[in-house]
Design a protein around this ligand. Structure first.
Ligand code: CA
Length: 330
């Protein structure tokens, strides 16, 4: 395969705190011979594990970039045993545009793996992580939230995997993150995901859904920072004591967790995030937008559980995700 056109402006394997960029050629109208410069910090201190820490895989999700900016700024080399590779804005063009996907090529980075060295910008970023950064890592923490179209109960997540030994390591790291809820996640669409690339390489992945709506809150950012710190302590990368709080473990035993809209309209939530539902309960009603005198469609819970995710905007389209229900695990 061709070499990547992406280069790091700082060493990836030298002790110290190094702030720089991943740079790649990006010829465009405003800058014919220009580069794209993706912020990068590497903090290394001797031998130990490597954590690859990413935010804004989707560009409109903000807790990750905030927690990672703070980590990059405040971590001293003597605090670390091993190496932290910090990329606060993984899909950087999407982050700068406050969009889920890249404004350059429409790329959804979390569906672009393993990428390509001579593909679009999004495919080039994926390829660089696939072939150059992931092989260095023992653990990857990839921060997500709901973005502009979804909102989640703040939770950390790890995937239900066929490789049960790896699954246990991922679940342990998720529990170390210690968000108010922890979810054993079943993906509906894992082809091309960064998560899948990490797991197929046999590395530990912890991810999150910390909020959404295209913003962050003091609470969701505090959860992100505390969880990140806890995971780094769990892997021996940082010293200190984990801050533990009660966390509710949820699972998604089947695809019945996801509820989709069968029409378009004005969405009326009947249950809020974090509330319990029983099978058959109405989670939301969808009113017509173009007439009166018509009964709204009802979205009914397909299983007992807690509402852990919801459609965020006030209007909803055909096929949009209305709600996600997680089932408390014992
Ligand atoms: Ca996301």
């Amino acid at each position: 395969m061709k070499p990547s056109l992406i280069n790091a402006t700082i060493p990836l394997d030298q002790d110290g705190v190094h702030h720089g960029f991943l740079q790649l050629p990006h010829s465009r109208d405003e800058s014919a011979w220009g580069l794209m410069m993706i912020p990068l910090t590497v903090i290394q201190n001797g031998e130990g594990k490597t954590a690859l820490l990413t935010g804004a895989n989707h560009g409109d999700e903000y807790e990750g970039p905030i927690a990672l900016q703070e980590l990059a700024l405040t971590t001293r080399v003597e605090d670390v045993s091993g190496r932290l590779i910090i990329v606060p804005a993984f899909n950087y063009p999407a982050f700068r545009a406050a969009k889920r996907t890249s404004p350059i090529d429409g790329g959804n980075l979390n569906r672009a793996f393993p990428g390509s060295p001579d593909g679009t910008i999004t495919q080039k970023i994926a390829d660089y992580f696939q072939r150059h950064l992931l092989p260095l890592a023992d653990v990857a923490v990839d921060f997500h939230s709901g973005g502009k179209s979804l909102e989640f109960l703040p939770f950390a997540a790890a995937h239900i995997l066929d490789d049960k030994a790896l699954e246990q390591q991922c679940f342990a790291a998720m529990e170390a993150f210690n968000a108010p809820h922890s979810v054993q996640l079943r993906e509906i669409d894992n082809a091309g995901m960064y998560d899948t690339a990490v797991e197929e390489m046999g590395k530990v992945l912890v991810t999150t859904e910390l909020g959404g709506g295209g913003t962050s809150t003091a609470r969701s950012n505090a959860i992100a920072k505390r969880g990140l710190h806890n995971v780094l302590i769990h892997f021996g990368l940082l010293q200190g004591k984990m801050e533990r709080q009660p966390s509710t473990l949820l699972t998604m035993p089947d695809d019945g967790s996801y509820h989709f809209s069968t029409g378009e309209g004005l969405i009326e939530p009947m249950v809020d995030l974090g509330e319990a539902v029983a099978t058959g309960d109405v989670i939301a009603r969808i009113w017509p937008v173009d007439r009166t005198g018509v009964t709204p469609a009802e979205c009914k819970a397909k299983s007992d559980g807690l509402v852990i995710g919801r459609h965020f905007p006030g209007l909803i389209g055909m096929g949009d995700c209305i709600a996600v229900v997680g089932v408390p695990s014992d």
